[in-house]
Design a binder for this molecule. Structure first.
Ligand code: KG4
Ligand code: ZN
Length: 361
């Protein structure tokens, strides 16, 4: 089966073609195209939904044409609308689309495009929850051997604990199998990525701040600054990060900030967030007797996060940690296709609605 997948939940416009990989356990990516309007949002220090939706309209058809023609390069070399139409007709079995959560304007662009294509080309339409798809980026066949060597892929990936850490969400889930999962907890206020972005704004870093915070944190060996890890010892699987942002704000107000203190603040804030993410995830893995932990979402691109997870392993309790290859950790359409391929539940195009509030069933 080959799926054309679309992702338009926020500021990235993505289209990808995916197919079943070896043993049907992995998903093979035949093409993955992303256009981003991030440069526009960097100027406003955050996303203005109206601007994001306008950019989605501009990019959606070019990315679909690019995804289809790079998965199946036309013999005459003409990668245009007509070639894409023929490929969609002949090669593609279904269309997958992000239904939510996200910004309504952005979501509508993708959902209405997918519905139209599904109707015209008579292809099944599979709605996908963007958050679950972040975890399913782990099912994409690895290209870079060092990131997730195949030999370490466990025989049975289930059950696993999933930690979603993105710009808008922080959630812990227990997965029994593809069809059965339980939401264990999530953030009560800001998401981990959102906290990093807000802290970055306080420090005058460009948006989104996660990657620069990670880079600056890497320069610090011994840190004089420490921030509290919110809800570290609470008796649940919830998180809260808005207090951390306030603590950083207070520190910034009373201190003379230079480049070195900025780096130290970045390292201390990153540490505080990682500590609580690791602690609660391990607690969940122990409670639900899981040996596998899947990370997903933009913050899972953070190498220190994965390192800290791996560091807590003891001979008596070996856990396997998986995080997507970097290009699949932030928003992309390949992960939407991966989820649709492994959870193939088509919906009638007439019934499908974009849902900005979509959460967990
Ligand atoms: O999953 P994502 O691309 O978009 C949402 O669905 O929200 O996540 C974006 C978030 C941003 O908050 C960004 O600052 C953060 O992921 N991020 C990182 C890194 N790369 C992106 N945070 C920490 N370290 C990184 N390397
Ligand atoms: Zn996302």
């Amino acid at each position: 089966m080959k799926i054309l997948a679309l992702e338009t939940s926020c500021d990235e416009t993505g289209a990808a073609v995916v197919a079943s990989g070896p043993g049907k356990q992995y998903v093979r990516v035949l093409s993955n195209t992303v256009s981003t309007s991030l440069h526009i949002h960097a100027k406003t220090g955050g996303i203005i939904p109206e601007n994001a939706a306008r950019e989605q309209v501009k990019y959606i058809f070019p990315v679909i044409i690019r995804a289809l023609t790079s998965a199946f390069p036309p013999k005459n070399g003409k990668c245009d609308f007509l070639a894409a139409r023929e490929i969609l007709k002949k090669e593609i079995d279904a269309i997958a689309i992000t239904q939510g959560p996200g910004l309504i304007g952005s979501l509508l662009v993708g959902v209405e495009t997918a519905k139209t294509l599904s109707y015209i080309f008579k292809k099944p339409l599979v709605p996908v929850n963007h958050l679950l798809a972040h975890l399913y980026a782990n099912f994409i066949e690895p290209k870079e051997q060092y990131s997730r060597p195949k030999k370490y892929w466990p025989k049975s990936v289930f059950p696993f604990i999933g930690l979603i850490v993105s710009g808008g969400h922080t959630d812990l889930l227990f997965f029994k199998n593809h069809n059965k999962y339980v939401w264990l907890g999530g953030t009560r206020d800001d998401a981990a990525g959102e906290a990093l972005d807000k802290i970055g704004r306080l420090l005058g870093l460009s948006y989104p701040a996660g990657p620069e915070i990670e880079k600056r944190a890497r320069t610090i060996n011994e840190n004089m600054i420490k921030f509290k890890s919110p809800m570290l010892h609470s008796n649940d699987f919830d998180f809260s990060f808005s207090g951390l942002k306030t603590e950083v704000l207070r520190y910034v107000k009373k201190t003379n900030i230079n480049e070195d203190t900025k780096n130290q603040i970045c390292a201390a804030a990153q540490d505080a967030i990682i500590k609580v993410l690791v602690t609660k995830t391990i607690k969940a893995a122990e409670k639900y007797n899981c040996h596998n932990v899947f990370l997903g979402g933009g913050v899972s691109a953070n190498e220190m996060l994965l390192y800290k997870f791996q560091q807590i392993n003891k001979p008596s309790r070996m856990l396997h940690f998986f995080s997507p290859e970097k290009m699949y950790s932030t928003d992309n359409a390949a992960m939407i296709g991966a989820y649709a391929l492994l959870n193939f539940k088509p919906e009638k195009w007439k019934l499908l609605q974009a849902n900005p509030e979509l959460y967990f069933a």
